[in-house]
Design a binder for this molecule. Structure first.
Ligand SMILES: Cc1cc2nc3c(=O)[nH]c(=O)nc-3n(C[C@H](O)[C@H](O)[C@H](O)COP(=O)(O)O)c2cc1C
Length: 200
């Protein structure tokens, strides 16, 4: 698939079929993720792939609870886009435990200040990997959504997965065959968000 087409049609897929993900495809996505840039090429990301149905079910319960907590305090959106995202996100919260693959992107708990100098957040060296993963998945016809709301129950999630204290969750990405269509998402007009040479 053409790279630009993959970029333009990669969007949040939250409805999946039961079809398993081929192991080769999973590794292709992971290799694409690992190919992403990171500050000083330190490659801080660790990938924890959950395929076991019992563990997925437990992650699904934590995610449902985390999403409910989030939805209770998030500002209510009544516009058409907000309602669509709400329905779709709620569906993922109801079904996450049965999505074939759930990938945790873990990052070390490090300060963004080194010797008092701001060198940028650790996240900045992890999200390129997450997006590469999602783009590779799209090229293979697989769906993903970058999610972070599991952090509401981060402690429980890390304990469930046996992750040492030193790590935290940058993102959690469900991966599977989509039960909805890929399309080009409507976004704000970039020409109205861009200035040249001087802020305007
Ligand atoms: C940093 C970040 C965190 C997100 N967290 C969640 C999440 O916890 N749950 C969820 O269902 N979607 C989550 N999303 C997905 C966004 O809702 C989605 O990317 C956005 O609505 C655009 O969707 P579209 O590309 O289909 O238009 C997150 C996206 C980003 C970039």
């Amino acid at each position: 698939m053409d790279a630009l087409e993959a970029i333009m049609t990669t969007r949040a897929i939250r409805r999946f079929t039961d079809e398993p993900v081929a192991e080769d495809d999973l590794w292709t996505c992971l290799r694409a993720a690992q190919q992403a840039p990171s500050g000083g090429n330190v490659q801080p990301t660790r990938y924890l792939v959950v395929t076991d149905p019992d563990v997925r079910a437990e992650v699904g319960k934590l995610y449902r609870s985390a999403f409910t907590r989030y939805a209770e305090m998030a500002p209510e959106r009544t516009d058409a886009v907000g309602l669509r995202i709400g329905r779709s996100a709620n569906h993922l919260a109801d079904t996450l435990g049965s999505v074939p693959v759930i990938v945790f992107f873990l990052m070390p708990r490090l300060p963004s200040l080194v010797e008092g100098i701001d060198i940028g957040p650790v996240h900045a060296s992890v999200y390129p990997a997450v997006q590469n993963f999602c783009l590779a998945a799209r090229a293979l016809g697989l769906g993903t959504t970058l999610t972070t709301v599991i952090r509401v129950h981060q402690g429980e999630a890390l304990e469930l997965l046996g992750v040492p204290e030193k790590w935290e969750i940058a993102a959690m990405v469900p991966l599977g065959h989509p039960a909805e269509k890929f399309s080009v998402a409507v976004r704000r007009d970039v020409s109205k968000l861009t200035s040249f040479n001087r802020w305007s």
